[in-house]
Design a protein around this ligand. Structure first.
Ligand SMILES: [Zn+2]
Ligand SMILES: [Zn+2]
Length: 349
């Protein structure tokens, strides 16, 4: 089968012909319906070294590995000890497959176990077939939920976890920094949660993504190279500032603006992994009694609610899909993201 493989430490990926994974008694085999390229996959493709120290993936990535942790598919073969699925089930699954033995698992936080992560330290879904372990947390798809929308439930969970952590209420105002997939999904969720006004920001390079954001629900899509974002917030909120800011760029340079845009007692949620350390004036936090919240990953209940939002049609993650590529054109898919042509690139076998 064709698969997109990260083979070495350094830029690039390879499309290879590899064996269909053989399954043991405790595994099951999924015929991949769709997988999508995440910011994480893109970082592994681009391989920008962190000059200040180790990269965040240094401890988890095991090479060579088939990439892809945002996926959906159909179960085609089931090991004899596996009881969670039967042949024919259409499923999605958390890429974190708990080991049951590590300190995190023993502390009852198995959904955050990092021992077996699909597409990082066990083979992932950018291939025709994917082997999962019996420990995988799976969610069965209703028939009417398509594979592409379903593959986006994992990143939707990342965004939903952040929105939940914020405590936003209907009628509140918010801004999302960064119109990448997580930023756009966060914007869709904020609108679904009843936010009265949602800004999204980006640069000239994000032009296409900002246009998309406006088309699918953002109230104000601000190109910060053409318009002064803080002035725009002041104007729209009549000088008050925003209740919530969601930071999804990972760019240290925007940190100061996230605080300046937030009103007193407001909250800034950090969803992006930072490319390096950032500087800010802590007085901006102290004087305004503002809150900073970090958000990564998700819990089982996040998955259930994300699936319910998609199945009911309340949130349509497929709106952010720009282009779908066959696995064989994997390199072209990653390059289109490098040019920021699309927000989300999908892969189909
Ligand atoms: Zn991801
Ligand atoms: Zn564990």
């Amino acid at each position: 089968m064709k698969a997109i493989v990260k083979t070495k430490k350094g830029p690039g990926i390879e499309v290879q012909d590899v064996e269909i994974p053989a399954i043991g008694d405790n595994d099951f085999l999924v015929k991949v319906g769709a997988s999508s390229i995440c910011g994480t996959d893109y970082h592994l493709f681009a391989w920008e070294e962190n000059k200040e120290g180790p990269n965040w993936w240094d401890q988890t990535l095991k090479l060579p590995v088939i990439l892809g942790h945002e996926f959906s598919g159909q179960v085609v073969e089931v090991g004899k000890n596996v009881t969670s699925v039967v042949q024919g089930d259409r499923i999605i699954a958390s890429p974190l497959m708990p080991c049951g033995k590590c300190a995190t698992c023993r502390a009852g936080k198995s959904e955050f176990c990092l021992e077996a992560i699909v597409g990082l330290n066990v083979d992932g879904a950018m291939a025709e077939y994917l082997r999962l372990f019996s420990s995988a947390t799976i969610y069965k798809l209703p028939d009417h939920v398509g594979y592409k929308a379903a593959a986006l439930i994992e990143p939707l969970c990342v965004a939903l976890h952040g929105v939940e952590a914020s405590g936003i209420k209907p009628g509140d105002t918010a801004a999302v920094f960064g119109p990448g997939p997580i930023g756009l999904l966060t914007m869709l969720l904020l609108k679904a949660a009843g936010a009265s006004t949602v800004f999204i920001t980006g640069t000239e390079a994000d032009k296409n993504r900002l246009e998309l954001a406006e088309k699918i629900g953002a109230d104000y899509a601000v190109n910060v190279e053409k318009e002064n974002f803080l002035n725009k917030v002041k104007e729209v909120t009549k000088g008050e500032g925003l209740d919530f800011v969601f930071e999804a760029t990972g760019a240290p340079s925007v940190l100061s603006d996230t605080f300046l845009a937030t009103k007193a007692f407001g909250t800034i949620v950090f969803l992006g992994m930072y490319a390096g350390s950032a500087r800010m004036d802590i007085n901006q936090l102290v004087i305004g009694n503002k809150h900073m919240v970090g958000s990564m990953g998700y819990t089982g209940t996040t998955w259930k609610r994300a699936l319910a939002l998609v199945a009911s049609g309340v949130v349509k993650p497929e709106l952010i899909i720009g282009k779908t590529f066959p696995i064989a054109d994997g390199a072209a898919a990653f390059e289109s993201l490098a040019r920021k042509e699309v927000a989300k690139a999908m892969l189909v076998p």
